[in-house]
Design a protein around this ligand. Structure first.
Ligand code: AMP
Ligand code: MG
Length: 276
């Protein structure tokens, strides 16, 4: 007889994923299931998304606060999959997705937070960063794009910047989609072999892959140093897409439930009006 693992609750899953200053990524299994199976997780995802949708509607109507979702991952880590599978079904008018690539000359002519601040969600919106200011302590560190004396100061800048956003009405959650090196190998190979996906592949992806251990060190430090009560990091198991989708939906739902957005008071004097 196969003993079924006990499904972990939403709160247990969120606790298990939350990063703290002693973060050890080796203790976060990229293939974790939290006791769920695929069919159960898909059904639970639908439930979460229905709630997220309703809360988004309220957030939009309330129009005073916003939610910023930061997505970070290695190549093929599933950022696009999260956008497709979890952030669909929302009202597109209320979602602003920004992808951060190699900075342009104009962006490089400013401080590294300039383009980030500009892309933050406006009131009532959910903003999603596909990559983010964290690249400035990840790729920038690993590829030595600025001296260590520069990027080392950025953890503090980032904490203070995010604190300011929170104080001004933007809730923040940060998701690291954590895949194993073997899973990345297999996904990159699939990309190369599939005519529909080959366009996503860049030779530079292989350079980054060779730097995997350095990236994991940089991720560890970034998450440990910038996971705060007001802007926590979650280490999301990324090898199984159905677990990843459910885990991300849990984070979004939890963040929106904490915001608890309310419909604004309707105008006075609407009772009994018959529209003719
Ligand atoms: P992708 O998200 O795979 O389309 O690729 C975007 C690329 O832009 C990645 O290789 C990132 O490492 C790179 N990138 C994003 N932000 C920065 C940054 N601040 N400095 C240097 N490279 C960056
Ligand atoms: Mg890429």
């Amino acid at each position: 007889m196969v003993r079924k693992a006990k499904r972990r609750s939403r709160d247990e899953i969120l606790d298990a994923m939350r990063a703290d200053k002693d973060l050890d990524l080796a203790r976060h299994d990229p293939a974790a299931t939290f006791g769920w199976d695929k069919d159960g997780a898909r059904a639970a995802l639908r439930g979460d998304l229905a709630t997220v949708h309703e809360l988004q509607t309220r957030l939009f109507a309330e129009g005073t606060r916003s939610l910023l979702v930061v997505l970070q991952a290695m190549d093929a880590g599933g950022k696009d999959g999260v956008l497709r599978n979890v952030l669909t079904g929302l009202n597109p008018a209320g979602v602003e997705v920004t992808s951060f690539g190699v900075p342009t000359d104009l962006e490089l002519a400013h401080d590294y937070l300039w383009r980030v601040h500009d892309a933050g969600p406006s009131r009532g919106r959910i903003g999603v960063f596909n990559r983010s200011h964290y690249e400035d302590v990840l790729v920038v560190r690993v590829k030595h794009l600025v001296p260590a004396s520069h990027w080392r100061k950025r953890y503090d800048h980032i904490n203070r910047f995010e604190r300011m956003l929170v104080d001004e009405g933007t809730a923040i959650v940060k998701l690291f989609l954590h895949i194993s090196s073997e899973e990345q190998r297999s996904r990159l190979q699939d990309r190369l072999d599939s005519p529909d996906e080959r366009w996503k592949f860049r030779l530079g992806d292989l350079d980054d892959r060779r730097l995997w251990p350095q990236y994991m060190d940089a991720y560890r430090d970034a998450l440990a140093r910038t996971s705060t009560a007001h802007a926590p990091w979650y280490v999301v198991p990324g090898d199984r897409k159905w677990v990843r989708n459910l885990a991300v939906a849990h984070v979004l739902r939890d963040a929106l439930e904490h915001l608890d957005p309310q419909y604004p008071e309707p105008e006075a004097g609407l009772d009994g009006i018959i529209v003719t």
